[in-house]
Design a protein around this ligand. Sequence first.
Ligand code: F6R
Length: 360
Amino acid sequence: SKGGYPHFMLKEIHEQPRALVDTLYGLSSDPTLREASKIMAEARRVFITAAGTSYHASLHFAVALSKIAGVLATPFVASEYEAYLPVVREGDVLIAVSQSGETMDTLKAARAFKERGAKLIAVSNVVDSAIPRESDIALYTRAGPEIGVAATKTFTTQTLLLSFLVLDYALLRGAILKSEYDEYARELSRASDLAAKSIAWSEGLAKKVSEMLRLKQSMYYLSRGVGLPTAMEGALKIKELAYIHAESYPAGESKHGPIALVEEGFPVVFVVPRDVYYEKVLLGNIQEMKARGAWIIGVAPEDTSLGEQFDLFFRVPSSHWLTTPITHTPPMQLLAYYTSTLKGYDPDKPRNLAKTVTVE
Ligand code: F6R
């Protein structure tokens, strides 16, 4: 049932605070998280693979692992596994992330890595689905069934789970102290409250902005570093649901080509993580877009120094950079939802898409 909402997607966006609490609770009592950390700690190399939204969560994992544990993971799109296979040997580990646990591209990548001797860690939302069944160990988000074709609550819960995997692994390896672990964990334990605020603060504006956005054919979603996976997720949502061409890339790349498309009124969403470094480097990128007449939509912490730069400002709660996917994704989900419905589309069943892609 849609629980009083007009669409499953809107219901599932609003379920995120609950899904995050449940996932957090599940993790706190689950010894498999430590077992997964041990497999990673014993591994020579860490690969992580997925498709679509789950791939964006995987990118968040890779950035967090580098910044917190000082370890490199290789993320790749599951259907591209063939390019990575020649280097895979016993002693490697592959983390396969799949909401449904049934995506054929991801399953094929997992099988191929396993055949070459890699250990498998599954991250899924569906207990005993194909990928967890074929893995050495399975970690589960507790988002509950996701009916809308577009992934929403499964993305934010995946990033929460994967952030905890990074922390547990970093602690096990001695890359962080217990006191540092506790501090990060405290930030992550605010996830539900952060998502609830982000949704409440942005819903009205998302509705309003959709009226202008529905007339646009093309747009950019830009960020850097820890904000980039979230910007990529924003672009995927507007593409899937509102059928607006959207491209996401690191903001620093603008001047290397994409800025050629920018003219008066071209929408550019900037995802700004809470971090003075990112505020500083993104300021230049915002200004170069503004100089060409771009319509600047900021998704940024309420206390950002960049507020005056934005034509439209989606305020999100101020929190640690590790929670960027949780604070910054909801406004973009809502923007895609309201633009889709305003254009007369069904956001629960976007054209040409299936919830689970079981073919290669
Ligand atoms: C995006 C979306 C798809 C899936 C992708 C992977 O909104 O729904 O891009 O994320 O097909 O699906 P799972 O995570 O089930 O492997």
